[in-house]
Design a protein around this ligand. Structure first.
Ligand code: F6P
Length: 404
């Protein structure tokens, strides 16, 4: 076994996914038998300083010199702890903090100079995700006393960090990662970095703890074979949604992602009503395939009135773009974006659900299952069953289950 040692120093504005990443890396390296520990500045700060003071945004103002000094002390304390961990049995020390300014990073490089050091910058500027992440963060006990001011205070804290933020550039070794896409944007290493290949792989691996993928229950259009539009659920659809709700009652679903169409939202509402703490997040990314000039028609009407469309789509369903609409192929980027958003928010929850549509769910399934492109538009998507999907470092599960 190798006895190489490494400092990993995270960097990024608050709510960019640093702590989740730190946890994922620690778990993965520990499973590989490499002693790894996280040194989190926020955790240390909370154990030394009164929450009444540190939850307030002013504590993070670069002009608040007393607080700047206190925060620096905490950071140095963690550097010393990390150093002593690697001096003993530890092999990887992960320093989890914003480390937004150059000055702090110079101190880190100078203090932790006895082993290779790699910075990882987490970047994510998606407004939807940021808003939802902030709403989750302020549920922490630390913010309880701020009541309805908590979100504003947290956003102000982010703005203060933004004032001193300098992206990684001159540091010797770094990776800049889009933490929503799990995609490396830029990497540079001037020194030999131990464990680099597997670290890189862990960084880009998507994880989902428990995803329940469901198709909306029966809509008014389903019973007459009409496509697209924004129809409501039928009475039978509401009964199906109630059975789903009962089935998932004990599962504790924290987020239900839907499209912006009422058939998915209404299915979600019925399920959510039977949960204690469940939030519906409607994303355009999960809207059904746009059938353009064929929206709201039945397949028979399309065949009769637009035989060329019917024939051409039948011959090449994956690639065929409806006039003024989409194809399975052109939908793919937005579906992938929706999946990434759901995965990002899965960090705040054990169980999440996506309530999608026929074509949408086919695309989501093809993200996990290998299918030839030509076969994707024919994946069977029943309305009386759901998929349960787990994809973590040590578990891959894919099952189609009945709910009633
Ligand atoms: O029929 C329901 C539906 O969700 C339509 O709104 C959509 O156009 C269709 O399924 C997608 O399935 P296909 O690609 O097989 O036409």
């Amino acid at each position: 076994m190798t006895d190489e040692k490494l400092y990993i120093v995270l960097m990024g504005l608050p709510a960019r996914g640093k702590s989740t990443l730190a946890g994922r890396l620690r778990d993965a390296f520990r499973k590989d038998g490499i002693p790894t520990r996280i040194f989190n500045n926020g955790k240390l700060r909370r154990s030394y300083l009164p929450l009444q003071e540190t939850a307030r945004s002013e504590f993070y103002s670069p002009k608040n010199l007393t607080a700047v000094e206190l925060r620096k002390k905490i950071a140095i304390m963690n550097m010393e702890r990390a150093k002593s961990y690697l001096h003993n049995s530890g092999q990887i020390a992960i320093l989890d903090a914003t480390n937004a300014g150059r000055e702090r990073r110079v101190t880190i490089e100078k203090t932790l100079d006895n082993h290779p050091l790699l910075f990882i910058e987490c970047i994510n500027d998606d407004e939807d995700i940021l808003t939802l992440s902030v709403q989750e963060k302020i549920k922490l006990p630390e913010f309880a006393h701020l009541k309805d001011k908590a979100a504003t205070e947290f956003l102000k804290r982010i703005d203060y960090y933004r004032m001193i933020y300098k992206p990684l550039k001159v540091e010797r070794n770094y990776i800049r990662i889009d933490s929503l896409q799990n995609m490396i944007i830029e990497e540079k290493h001037s020194d030999a970095i131990p464990f680099y290949d597997r670290l890189r792989d862990y960084l880009v691996t998507d994880e989902v703890k428990n995803l329940f993928l469901i198709r909306h229950t029966e809509s008014e259009y389903n019973i007459v074979n009409r496509i697209g539009g924004d129809p409501p659920l039928t009475e039978n659809g509401k009964v199906q949604a109630t059975s789903l709700g009962r089935f998932f009652r004990k599962k504790k679903i924290s987020f239900i992602f839907t499209s912006t169409k009422q058939r998915t939202i209404d299915t979600a509402k019925i399920i959510c009503e039977m949960q204690d703490d469940c939030r519906i997040i409607s994303l355009q990314e999960f809207d059904e395939i746009n059938a353009g000039i064929c929206e709201r028609m039945t397949y028979d009407e399309i065949e009769e009135n637009m035989p060329h469309v019917f024939k051409r789509r039948g011959a090449n369903k994956y690639h065929y773009v409806y006039p003024d609409g989409e194809s399975y192929e052109t939908m793919k980027p937005r579906i992938t974006q929706g999946i990434k958003k759901a995965f990002f928010l899965n960090r705040y929850a054990n169980n999440i659900m996506i309530i999608g549509h026929q074509a949408v769910n086919r695309m989501i399934l093809s993200h996990f299952l290998y299918r030839r492109e030509d076969d994707v538009p024919y994946i069977y998507i029943p309305q009386d069953r759901f998929y349960h999907i787990v994809s973590t470092q040590d578990k891959k599960l894919f099952e189609l289950k009945r709910y009633n």
